[in-house]
Design a protein around this ligand. Structure first.
Ligand code: GTP
Ligand code: MG
Length: 149
């Protein structure tokens, strides 16, 4: 089954949006398999965003992500990667549709409250990067038969 790495960025934590954001993934019907609060070290931020290292905003991005604790999550489900990106909305919150997390809760790209992996391969890669072995839990939700026929 597919897995994705979702992270509430420091602005989401500071603004008291942790419960609201987790709730949207929970209500959708995806399975939470990893969750922790974490002060991201510089090196991990750089590794996570290495594909963006040539961008003009890269330095600001690293400062942003390391500016306070984040909430790291691993979510599992059929189609969870693409669906999570839809729940999150466009990178620029002003372009993100109402009803999406960024569309409802943010106003600027540099403060867009949440991260979501952009492919199943990156989902696996990022969960491996942010979680240690034993921090991801396998379990069977009681509601499973009520979510999928
Ligand atoms: P993530 O889910 O966080 O990876 O966002 P994304 O996939 O929608 O966008 P992308 O991977 O292209 O960029 C990663 C993050 O870098 C964005 O979420 C923003 O926080 C930041 N970012 C991207 N473009 C800009 C920009 O033009 N200016 C600034 N300040 N930040 C940017
Ligand atoms: Mg991205």
């Amino acid at each position: 089954v597919e897995e994705t790495y979702i992270m509430i960025k420091p602005d989401g934590v500071q603004r008291g949006l942790v419960g609201e954001i987790i709730s949207r993934f929970e209500k959708k019907g995806f399975k939470l398999i990893g969750l922790k609060m974490y002060q991201c070290p510089q090196e991990l931020a750089e590794e996570h965003y290495k594909d963006l290292s040539s961008k003009s905003f890269y330095q600001k991005l690293i400062e942003y992500i390391t500016s306070g604790p984040v909430v790291c999550m691993a979510w599992e489900g059929v189609g969870v990667v693409a669906s999570s990106r839809k729940l999150i909305g466009a990178t620029d919150p002003l372009q993100a549709e109402p009803g999406t997390i960024r569309g409802d809760l943010a106003v600027q790209t540099g403060r867009n409250v949440v991260h979501g992996s952009d492919s199943p391969d990156n989902g696996k890669r990022e969960i491996g990067l942010w979680f240690k072995e034993g921090e991801v839990c396998q379990w069977t939700p009681a509601q499973a038969p009520w979510l999928r026929e």
